[in-house]
Ligand binder design. Structure first.
Ligand SMILES: Nc1ncnc2c1ncn2[C@@H]1O[C@H](COP(=O)(O)OP(=O)(O)OP(=O)(O)O)[C@@H](O)[C@H]1O
Ligand SMILES: [Mg+2]
Length: 188
């Protein structure tokens, strides 16, 4: 996978398969710590300890169509390539938290890619699932919550093309703004 947004989509699909009603996606670029932290938290069926321990193994899946599951191992590999790692926290009935940490500025850190497209794809494909996105760059923050958007839409489906295109535009602008706020200041 060429960028992190595609990993995010893939990991969020695990949450969908785990019948999550809510998926939280958090990104934090922290230059004090020198880390990029990605968390994907769901309220799905979760995993027992044994499964959670084995889930990073590429030959472990609960899908019946194939004998390997690559989503988690590939994100783990991407994190390790950037001097980081992946950790999993899960409980049967208690949801799952996937946390991947990367060294900010590492030469092998994959680009974020098209986050707006990833969120749009998730929302279009699973309009009934609540998506909460939070992106921090040092002291600035961008947030999106489909529960709030749905409330404002007054019955207009969130997956309708008009809404999706406005959402994509808003996300892009919000993330551009986040970058601009964190550009190094000119001295004069
Ligand atoms: N959020 C989650 N909630 C519950 N179980 C999960 C979650 N994420 C992963 N799992 C379990 O871990 C297994 C491995 O996940 P992984 O994403 O690596 O592969 P996969 O989803 O099986 O296949 P692929 O991602 O290649 O389509 C899954 O089959 C599932 O049993
Ligand atoms: Mg998967």
């Amino acid at each position: 996978m060429r960028d992190l947004s595609l990993h995010i989509l893939d990991i969020a699909e695990n949450s969908i398969e785990a019948r999550a009603a809510r998926i939280e996606i958090r990104l934090e670029e922290n230059s004090d710590l020198g880390l990029l932290i990605l968390e994907i938290i769901d309220d799905g069926v979760g995993m027992d300890e044994e499964m959670a321990n084995r889930a990073l193994d590429p030959f472990v899946t609960t899908k019946t169509t194939r004998r390997f599951g690559l989503g988690l191992p590939l994100l783990d590999q991407a994190a390790r390539a950037a001097n980081g790692r992946l950790t999993l926290e899960s409980k049967p009935g208690g949801g799952t938290r996937v946390r991947a940490v990367f060294e900010l500025g590492h030469i092998d850190l994959k680009p974020l890619g098209d986050i707006a497209q990833t969120l749009a794809t998730l929302i279009m494909g699973h309009p009934e699932v609540d998506i909460i996105y939070q992106h921090k760059v040092d002291r600035s923050k961008y947030a999106l919550d489909t529960r709030e958007i749905k409330a404002q839409l007054a019955g207009l489906p969130i997956e309708s093309p008009e809404v999706i295109s406005v959402l994509k535009k808003n996300i892009k602008e919000g993330l551009d703004q986040l970058r601009r706020e964190n550009e190094p200041r000119q001295s004069h």
